[in-house]
Design a binder for this molecule. Structure first.
Ligand code: PLP
Length: 365
């Protein structure tokens, strides 16, 4: 067969998709991994044994429960999803973001999100051919409500995504500000609560009862990133409509069983989350006190965003890596993020090691 007979990717795929690099995940082999907002603690040994027991006779020859009924009942009970709200699962909340944007593709109306923010909103909008507009945060990373409301008036968006708290800043917006966006937006407002386990406020009590509000959560940051499970709670009319775009059996049997089991032991995960919050406060103070760190953003999540001297972000990141510590260099993601680094809160000994390595990396500048 002659090679010339078939189209090449650039003949069939849109340029903006081809221009978008594949999602890059850093190789953490041999490094202290503080880059991806994972819960650093393993389960106690007896819990792991009980989990393996719960996974026995998995019937892997059968398709999973398509509606994940047992899991849904458990999530509703443990996560306090309001009775009147519909509930839908995704293979991580990333898949829910994909379904949401797919649902409005063709409406001619764009997706809006504050920037810097979670990158997948823009990535998936581009992938699905939906116009995306980022609205810049203020220099202190607070939501620019006036600019967002103006963008909403001009664009009449199909979806506004608001991460609450935001990633990569860790900031939790005043709930009244978020409420103002929900009310002004003619489309739907997706409040992305990926960091709810570490934050002081949630819109979940309003899910299903506030028109235009969809509340999205994930179990990833709580300590179950390997299972890939996100969920969306909203008015049943929206959940029923979105469910038409969900792939059959998107939540596999092992995930359904594992998360059900883990939620039965939510006290263990909650204890770990409390320890992460305590360590976050210690880390915030230690970073504030460190010469060479020029600003630290108050965080309601399980990570901290901080800034180093002008032009030094990449070098400090590399210095940490040389010392065996992997964090995230977000310095090139947005102009407001120049020289900013994001570190995930680890166990006390991890954070000590990070702080020592950071001090050494800064001293060498
Ligand atoms: C990590 C993260 C997600 C993705 O969560 P998954 O369920 O692991 O896909 C979604 N939104 C925000 C803001 C995040 O930081």
């Amino acid at each position: 067969m002659s090679a010339g007979r078939h189209d090449r990717p650039e003949d069939l795929m849109r340029p903006e998709v081809l221009a978008q690099p594949a999602y890059a995940v850093a190789d953490a082999t041999g490094l202290l991994k503080l880059d991806a907002m994972e819960n650093p603690w393993p389960w106690p040994g007896e819990l792991e044994a009980a989990w393996l027991e719960a996974l026995s006779e998995p019937e892997l020859n059968r398709y999973p429960d398509a509606a994940a009924r047992d899991l849904a009942a458990r999530v509703r009970a443990v996560e306090a999803v309001p009775e009147g709200a519909g509930l839908m699962f995704g293979n991580g909340s990333d898949e829910l973001i994909q379904i949401l944007i797919q649902a409005v593709a063709g409406s001619g109306r764009p997706v809006i999100a504050p920037e810097p923010g979670f990158v997948m909103y823009g990535v998936l909008a581009r992938a699905l051919g939906v116009p995306f507009r980022g609205v810049s945060l203020r220099p202190d990373f607070a939501l620019d409500l006036d600019a967002l409301l103006a963008a909403i008036r001009e664009e009449q968006p199909a979806i506004v995504f608001l991460a609450h708290p935001n990633n990569p800043t860790g900031r939790l917006e005043d709930p009244a500000t978020v409420q103002a966006v929900i009310e002004a937006n003619p489309g739907i407002t997706v409040v992305d609560e990926a960091y709810a386990p570490f934050a002081g406020h949630s819109f979940m009590p309003q899910a299903g009862g506030t028109a235009g509000l969809l509340v999205m959560r994930t179990v990833s940051k709580l300590g179950l990133a390997g299972t890939r499970l996100g969920y969306l709670a909203a008015e049943p009319a929206w959940i029923d409509a979105l469910d038409r775009l969900r792939l059959p059996y998107n939540i596999n049997t092992l995930t359904q069983r594992s998360v059900r089991f883990a939620l039965d032991h939510r006290d263990v995960l909650d204890g770990q989350a409390r320890a992460i919050v305590a360590e976050r406060e210690r880390l915030l103070q230690a970073l504030e006190a460190l010469a060479g760190v020029t600003s630290v953003v108050p965080s309601q999540a399980n990570f901290v965003l901080f800034r180093v001297g002008e032009g030094q972000g990449a070098a400090v990141f590399a210095g940490l890596r040389e010392r065996g510590v992997l964090i995230k260099d977000v310095g090139r993601a947005h102009p407001l993020l120049a020289d900013h680094l994001r570190v995930t809160v680890g166990r006390p000994e991890d954070n000590d090691r990070f702080l020592e390595a950071l001090e050494a990396a800064l001293a060498r500048r």
